[in-house]
Design a protein around this ligand. Structure first.
Ligand code: PHE
Length: 340
């Protein structure tokens, strides 16, 4: 039994084989166990001799079993380590990295420029009351911008709407804070506009407002020129053009020379598709806060004055990044986005 068992143990190639030998020899119904069970049949003289021998064999086999088990364990571990080994010299697969959306990048640049000038960034509702979007901004009943063909209203009474501009944030801030005020309010706005190269029914504006003693049009021009030169470089061509807004007086619009047709309005004998042949792209509206608006917010227009501006973020990004169609900004085509 001993010789055969030892040979089988040594030959066992894996754990199940080893265990089979153990059960066959040392198990409850095993060969050696059977021998021990028959001890009762032996004479009193034979019993201790046989007993000792059987126990010695058992001890020997158990020792051999343990050794073989340890050897198989070690071999298994070795094989596992080898199989799972990592070859650190194999070149890695490149991971596709995302990055900031180009429009957000420009927003971040604009924010940083104004934060540097002491402005606080504020946030407000996209679903707005007509009172804030129009009335408190001195936009009277019947004004064309209130028209149902321009504005997304929620109810028949035209009291709640998707804000058409970020200017209601001027009111919200002035109702809550006393001068000096320096705020920047970026956000989404909505208008019933047909989508084309420079229009979208949803776009972004960045509202700015400064109210303090002795604020003048010069301060407005300085702030906007700082912005434009930082974004577009010292030699950017922009123009300030008189305009009208009900909530600012005087008012102006700022245009940037079209970067596609360089102000000529034509590309290859065709009307320029980026500026519609205008030669200029409107970037923002601005002006001195109307005294009526200040007064409505409980700010004394005799003591304080202020300026406000509303930047079209997509238009600004188009100029900054040389994108000639605004729709590209919203399409989210990775082939386009990955260029920035
Ligand atoms: N809210 C105006 C617009 O959407 C822009 C503007 C903002 C004009 C602030 C003056 C002052 O066209």
């Amino acid at each position: 039994i001993k010789a055969k068992a030892l040979a089988d143990l040594a030959a066992a190639a894996d754990m199940p084989a080893l265990d089979a030998v153990r059960v066959r020899v040392l198990g409850k119904k095993g060969e050696l166990t059977a021998v021990l069970k028959q001890m009762g049949k032996l004479s009193a003289e034979e019993r201790p001799v046989m007993g000792q021998m059987a126990n010695a064999v058992r001890a020997k086999l158990e020792e051999a079993l343990e050794k073989r088990r340890a050897a198989l364990d070690a071999a298994a571990l070795e094989a596992k380590l080898e199989a799972e080994a990592v070859d650190v010299t194999i070149p890695g697969k490149p991971v596709e990295m995302g990055h900031q959306h180009p429009m957000n990048r420009v927003l971040q640049e604009v924010k940083e420029i104004f934060i540097g000038m002491g402005y606080q960034i504020v946030d407000g509702p996209e679903i707005e009351e007509a009172a804030y979007n129009f009335t408190k901004l001195n936009i009277e009943e019947g004004h064309p911008s209130r028209d149902r063909s321009d504005t997304f209203y929620f109810d028949d009474d035209d009291s709640v709407l998707l804000r058409t501009q970020t200017s209601p944030m001027q009111i919200r801030v002035m109702e809550q804070q006393k001068p000096p005020i320096r705020m920047l309010a970026p956000g989404r706005v909505f208008r019933k506009d047909e989508a084309d190269a420079t229009h979208s029914p949803m776009f972004h504006q960045i509202e700015g407002l400064v109210v303090d003693e002795g604020i003048t049009m010069g301060d407005l021009k300085g702030a906007l020129e700082t912005l434009i030169k930082r974004l577009y470089g010292e030699d950017a061509v922009v123009r300030f053009r008189p305009h009208h807004f009900p909530f600012t007086e005087p008012s102006c619009e700022v245009d940037m020379q079209c970067f596609k047709c360089h102000g000529t309005g034509e590309t290859d004998g065709q009307v320029c598709s980026t500026c519609h042949g205008e030669g200029w792209i409107e970037l923002l509206g601005a002006g001195m806060v109307h005294p009526k608006v200040l007064e409505g917010c409980g700010i004394d227009p005799k003591k304080y004055s202020g300026f406000a501006f509303g930047i079209g973020l997509e238009r600004m990004a188009m100029g900054r990044l040389r994108i000639n169609d605004l729709r590209l900004i919203f399409d989210n085509d990775v082939r386009f986005l990955s260029q920035f």
